[in-house]
Design a protein around this ligand. Sequence first.
Ligand code: SAH
Ligand code: SF4
Length: 365
Amino acid sequence: MKSPDPGQPPAHLADCEPDEWASWAASLGLPRMRLAQTARHYFTHLSRSAADMTDLPAAERQRLTEKLLPDLVRPVTEQLADSGQTIKTLYRLHDATAVETVLMTYPGRATLCLSSQVGCAMGCPFCATGRLGLKRNLSAAEMVDQVRQAAAAVRQGVFGTDGPDRLSNVVFMGMGEPLANYRATVRAVRAIGRPPGSGFGISLRHLTISTCGLVPAIERLAGEGLPVRLALSLHAPDDALRDQLVPVNRRFGVARTLAAAYQYYQATGRRVSIEYALMRDINDQAWRASLLAERLCQYGTGWVHLNPIPLNPVAGSVWTASRPKMQDRFVHRLEVSGLAVTLRETRGQEIDGACGQLAAKEVLN
Ligand code: SAH
Ligand code: SF4
């Protein structure tokens, strides 16, 4: 199996679906069983170490690891915030580019926020990743390996004896636009959800794909038969402002984007999350809350859950968070329309690990 795109990392077992194992094994001159055994180590024992593969012939272990589980995603630094409840990890990739993840614990669960691209091409002006531009897409295995390492950390008790013992939730809200890297993202999602042996067995109902609103890709995702949650980063209910905040809106417009989100709900039965970063005097006016409510309620109230979040200021940026009074007023306007609203808490702000702050700037220069 070869990675299709130039500049991509070497092929890895986690790029493969199990029905591709036989042909990949044949091309490597290995029995298919070896791939299944190696996959069990990787997905069930969360290990890529040859030394752990005690059920495999000692002479073969090293070669299997090198061929099937190349070291693609190497941790470089780790930063803790929120009294150890938030961990940001910087990973260096095979070509010396870098991405970050944020692992968070909440009562009874652990959530990984992972990256899907190095940088991002979408250019949202308030987002640190957007400022990097796009360096490249991640392969499926580069995404899957972020999950493996986080799952191993949680299993090893990174959040202490009272913390959760397994990684339960995954959100594609780190660096990059997952739906602009569609094929690899969907492959990674399938691997995350497959049962142990060839996947991590994480319920896809606990997995969220966040998008700035690539309408054709939302429509395609709705047809994949995956029970994942869709989060739409809306940030403005009117085209005049959304064209500025989320430039890809110039192509699709708010009306088409919301129609695609509603269609996603109809196709999957999963409530769509609407992300809305509240920015002082930019998108937090009461009239915009009313317009937002009106545009969402044209499809009823039960299909959607609103997640306003105070903007996380990015260093050197003119954008600031809304005042608490304006946030409350905004939320109230939505609630009286019958919409479900949760004002999201910000995690990891002091380590630049909060939403929209990831930029891996230590390594990317
Ligand atoms: N590209 C995808 C997913 C990654 S961004 C998307 O845009 O949805 C994850 C979330 O962080 C998105 O909702 C994005 O709009 C939001 N975000 C970006 N910059 C932010 C900031 N400075 N403060 C708060 N949220 C931000
Ligand atoms: Fe890209 Fe999302 Fe940041 Fe926009 S908000 S630049 S789509 S990562």
